[in-house]
Design a protein around this ligand. Structure first.
Ligand SMILES: C[S@@+](CC[C@H](N)C(=O)[O-])C[C@H]1O[C@@H](n2cnc3c(N)ncnc32)[C@H](O)[C@@H]1O
Length: 593
């Protein structure tokens, strides 16, 4: 590929390399040779390198001192590209401390200093490889062995040029062989294993592109989809890179690849999680947040060891947090959603879980009530008949329709907030009584029940004690077998530990991070309290008072919190103030009327 000398990105990269060469006392001919060898026609115009301009290609302040030689070439690459170009390739480079910290987790091992072969499959300007070079040097690996053990691929020729330049500068500055790293333009996600990988490596580390497949701009082509072996067609490109890494490291090899946190629980991540379960062992987990990249995604990096079969399965793993990749604790691996719940700070309640995951013998909510979810046909029935109640509607002439958005804990928001149903925005969504009366599947729903919003940070439910509301899909309906049990069932659903159990069973299942997607099955499997029937009844009584005095929002909230406290006693967990605090913090702000 030949870029015109006017290619601003390429020019910026070469300018930065020439300036860096001068700073560290390396001949500028090295840069010229690498550019000439790359086939990118830029070198002729760059005989006299410009002076470094702080804030342009130089990291600000002391940062220039702490980063490895050559780092600045990647800075130039990053700054010269437009945001649109970077987004289309998922090209967001990794801050030095994060890259260096993750490299440390896979490269710094005890034992003699051997030249581990380190590969970054989507290396950009080679920042992870620079960190690996420094760490291998610090471990005592001779420089002449470091160069050939650095392997990187990228689909962007200018990124590969930047990687060649930055690693060559580092090696030249350390008396190594500048041309020795293995750096090639290659599609690491969809292409075959490159021969230059030499049959495998010891470490894969990096930050692959995050390319969600639901956006057209980043979706893969049909041919690319066909080339994926096991990952589903809609899996994020980052998951695919993780699968490739498992293919590329040898037994005992380590992997630390940055991923969206969704890899721990999303449905499309199932394929890669099962590969990890079968072929690797999770030995650590780094947790970042959305501030680390300017891409507003919550990130993590599972640290994996490829296990020879049969090897030990996941056990206890160390967690690391933040930009400095510091140890934050250790957790026992129980399941992927629980792992995500752990790192999201969901409390652990030993012995309490949605039945079917841990405590199969406990009696569950389904013993006193029937949770159901409606299907599409009900949604279409509602959507084609729903209308505004109108200011002059006769009381009782319309049946209110509830969407998830109209449900806060014990606070029905019908008439207070608009709802969107079948593309229509309605202030007071309802269906005329005469229409409902003619439809058996609607009249059968007019019974005392609890309505639950389906995707929330904490379980949000309202009690329709008169049986005069209709749910709209995907609201979950819980109808007590004995109508008098509606309050006790509501107390179980709204108990703080039920929200804990939902998160531990289904963390990562909702669209927004920190929320869960509830299912009728999960609600039916919530355990009933066995430690104190009195506390359960008291909580139920408070929920009844709150529901009947609904416009008094302050009273409703204080009764809800008190009922939550009583339900902890009902479950024998009165000492778990932390659970109460965690749950209270998740309650939505009181909606004022
Ligand atoms: C998030 S950036 C990370 C770069 C580098 N690892 C870092 O963090 O400094 C992702 C890189 O992946 C590259 N890339 C995107 N799709 C690729 C593919 N199919 N194969 C190889 N590289 C790819 C992009 O060009 C970009 O340089």
């Amino acid at each position: 590929m030949v870029l015109p000398p006017t290619d601003t990105v390429g020019v910026a990269v070469v300018e930065a390399a020439l300036t860096e060469a001068r700073r560290v006392g390396v001949e500028s001919t090295l840069v010229a040779t690498i550019v000439a060898d790359s086939g990118i026609g830029l070198h002729a115009d760059l005989a006299s390198p410009p002076e470094p301009t702080p804030g342009h290609v130089w990291p600000a302040g002391d940062a220039a001192e702490s980063v490895p030689v050559g780092w600045v070439v990647g800075v130039a690459h990053q700054l010269a590209e437009t945001r649109t170009t970077r987004r289309s390739r998922g090209a967001f480079y990794t801050p030095f401390e994060v890259a260096d910290g993750l490299v440390g987790l896979v490269v710094d091992r005890t034992g003699p200093p051997v030249p581990l072969r380190v590969c970054d499959p989507t290396c950009g300007a080679g920042w992870f490889l620079l960190c690996a070079a420094e760490r291998l040097l610090a471990r005592g690996v001779p420089v002449r062995q470091i160069g050939p053990s650095l392997i990187g691929y990228d689909i962007d020729p200018v990124a590969i040029l930047a990687a060649r330049l930055s690693l060559a500068l580092w090696l030249a500055a350390h008396d190594g062989e500048p041309g020795s790293p293995v750096l090639h333009v290659h599609d690491a996600l969809h292409g075959a294993e490159p021969p230059s990988l030499g049959g495998g490596c010891d470490v894969v580390v990096g930050n692959p592109p995050f390319l969600g497949q639901l956006r057209r701009r980043s979706a893969r082509t049909g041919a690319q989809r066909n080339s994926l072996l096991s990952t589903r067609g809609y899996a994020d490109a980052a998951y695919v890179a993780l699968e490739r890494s498992i293919d590329w490291v040898g037994d005992g090899g380590r992997i630390a690849l940055i991923q969206p946190q969704s890899v721990l629980a999303a449905r499309d991540g199932e394929a890669v999680r099962s590969r990890i379960d079968n072929e690797a062992r999770l030995i650590g987990l780094w947790v970042g947040d959305e501030t680390i990249f300017d891409a507003s995604v919550q990130v993590c990096a599972p640290v994996l060891e490829k296990r020879p079969s049969p090897g030990p399965l996941h056990g206890r793993l160390t967690t690391y947090r933040g930009a400095t990749v510091e140890i934050s604790g250790a957790v026992d691996f129980a399941s992927w959603p629980e792992l995500l719940a752990d790192i999201q700070g969901v409390p652990e309640v030993v012995g309490f879980a949605v039945v079917g995951t841990h405590n199969r013998s406990a009696e569950t909510l389904s013993a006193i009530a029937a949770p159901t979810a409606d299907f599409r046909d009900w949604f279409y029935w509602v959507a084609s008949r729903v209308c505004e109640a109108g200011a002059d509607a006769e009381p009782g002439s319309c049946i209110p329709v509830f969407t998830s958005g109209l449900i806060d804990p014990l606070a029905p928001l019908w008439g207070l907030r608009p709802a969107r149903i079948g593309g229509k925005r309605l202030e007071t969504p309802c269906i005329p009584v005469s229409v409902v009366a003619a439809e058996p599947q609607a009249t059968r729903r007019l019974v005392p029940k609890i309505l639950i919003a389906n995707q929330t940070r904490c379980i949000e439910a309202v009690v329709d004690f008169e049986g005069s509301w209709l749910p709209n899909t995907p609201v979950i309906t819980v109808a007590p077998i004995d109508p008098a049990d509606v309050w006790r069932a509501a107390a179980v659903i709204l108990a703080p530990v039920s929200t804990v159990a939902a998160h531990r069973a289904a963390a990562g299942s909702a669209m927004s991070s920190g929320a869960v997607r509830l299912t009728a099955k999960m609600i039916g499997r919530l355990p009933l309290p066995t430690a104190s029937a009195d506390a359960w009844n008291e909580a139920a009584a408070l929920i009844e008072v709150a529901s009947r005095s609904e416009p008094d929002v302050t009273l409703v909230r204080s009764h809800l919190v008190e009922a939550g406290r009583l339900m902890l006693s009902a479950y024998g967990l009165a000492h778990r103030q932390d659970v109460l605090e965690w749950w209270t913090e998740r309650l939505p702000p009181v909606a004022r009327r």
